[in-house]
Design a protein around this ligand. Structure first.
Ligand code: NAD
Length: 353
């Protein structure tokens, strides 16, 4: 093997990993020099947020449980008013990318220290990236201060995550790893992390489908999610993330499911141009990465056709042309006709080509 020159940037967040690790939360709030935490969640995770608030005792100042997908600025403004009204000095986000996005949006505006307690596999907790929506437009910011100061990965909090969400979210994490393997700014460490992330999720997701409350499998899935999220936050993403961003931002498709459906098709699009760097991942999936990923998704009961998410076939042309509008790097050059054919296969649930 020939090690080529590279630049290595690590995400500096402090990580606490393991079942039950949330018991250190109060100690971590104090370590950050804080005394009044605002706990954030989506409406569905209110009980978890309130439970954490009680466990925090005097260090818990309140909860705000209106976090929503794609971080609407109007929700952030409400949360900032609550933060100021209760004299909070830090935020704790519990849940998926929606809750964690709100924590980042608050910290971006008022500099509050953030603790993230992820309970999906989306990976936002270890990235310095914030996507926000206002007046129907999604914009993305990247800044060091957006990265949560610390992350607690406690698999006990993920035992209730519905199997369907688990599967889509796990495949969403795997998409970060696949794109990290061929990222232009990859380095040997991100490639190790990406491959280990893929292997962990490949083993953990079937075990969770079989036994959703299996703490060991949940723990291995969170480990994979951490690795995949870390590479998402460290190296550049390409075609796959751009297409998902387009379908989510312009057509309102759900985040994790869109990633889950498109991944085999985008992996196939890049399979020849990035054959050497994708080879170890192909080995994990039986030799052919794209087909192996789709078989894997099917075996888990994941959605495999965009039409099931409510996308009209007549929208595919516009989606393909939007995806090539702002040129960005991809191992294989982008071609609107080839992308349309890719989207048609993904819409239909056909095999990747
Ligand atoms: P999400 O946060 O909306 O969660 C999905 C669903 O799972 C929600 O209904 C939530 O209530 C439920 N849920 C979460 N934890 C649960 C638990 N333990 N038990 C039961 N239900 C639970 O979705 P997501 O896929 O985690 O995140 C998507 C959002 O995150 C999008 O807005 C996306 O843009 C953003 N995101 C950002 C980054 C980044 O780096 N900035 C990375 C990934 C995702």
């Amino acid at each position: 093997m020939q090690v080529k020159p590279f630049t290595y940037n690590a995400n500096p967040a402090h990580i606490l990993f393991g079942p039950g690790s949330r018991s250190a939360l109060a100690q971590e709030v104090r370590r950050l020099g804080c005394r009044r935490a605002l706990v954030l969640s989506t409406p569905g995770q209110r009980a978890s947020a309130e439970h954490l608030l009680r466990e925090l005792g005097k260090l818990g100042a309140g909860v705000f449980t209106e976090a929503a997908m794609h971080t609407p600025v109007s929700v952030t403004e409400q949360a900032l008013m609550v933060f100021a009204g209760i004299n909070a000095d830090c935020v704790i986000a519990v849940g998926g990318g929606s809750a964690i996005g709100l924590g980042k949006a608050i910290a971006y505006r008022n500099g509050a220290p953030q603790i993230a307690i992820p309970t999906t596999y989306a990976g936002s907790e270890v990235t310095p990236i914030l996507g926000q929506t206002e007046h129907g437009l999604k914009t993305t910011l990247r800044q060091d201060s957006i990265l949560p100061n610390m992350v607690i990965y406690d698999s006990e909090l993920t035992l209730q995550l519905p199997v369907a969400v688990t599967v889509s979210s796990g495949l969403n994490a795997m998409a970060h790893a696949v794109e990290a393997l061929y990222a232009r700014d990859r380095n040997p460490i991100t490639s190790l992390m990406a491959l280990e992330g893929l292997r962990s999720l490949k083993a953990a997701l079937p075990a969770i489908v079989h036994q959703p409350r299996n703490v060991d499998a949940r723990n291995n899935a969170l480990y994979g999610a951490w690795l995949c999220g870390t590479v998402l936050g460290t190296v550049g993403m390409a075609l796959h993330h751009k297409l998902c961003h387009t379908l989510g931002g312009s057509f309102g498709l759900p985040h994790a499911e869109t990633h889950a459906i498109l991944l085999p098709h985008t992996a196939s699009y890049n399979s020849e141009a990035a054959a050497d760097v994708l080879a170890p991942a192909a080995d994990v999936f039986g030799g052919n990465l794209a087909l192996g990923l789709q078989d894997f998704a099917r075996s888990l009961g994941a959605p495999t056709a965009l039409k099931t998410l409510g996308l009209a076939k007549s929208d595919l042309k516009r989606a393909a042309s939007l995806a090539v509008q702002n040129p960005y790097w991809n191992p294989r050059p982008l071609d609107a006709d080839a992308l349309l054919a890719l989207l048609e296969r993904a819409w239909d649930g056909s095999r990747p080509q």
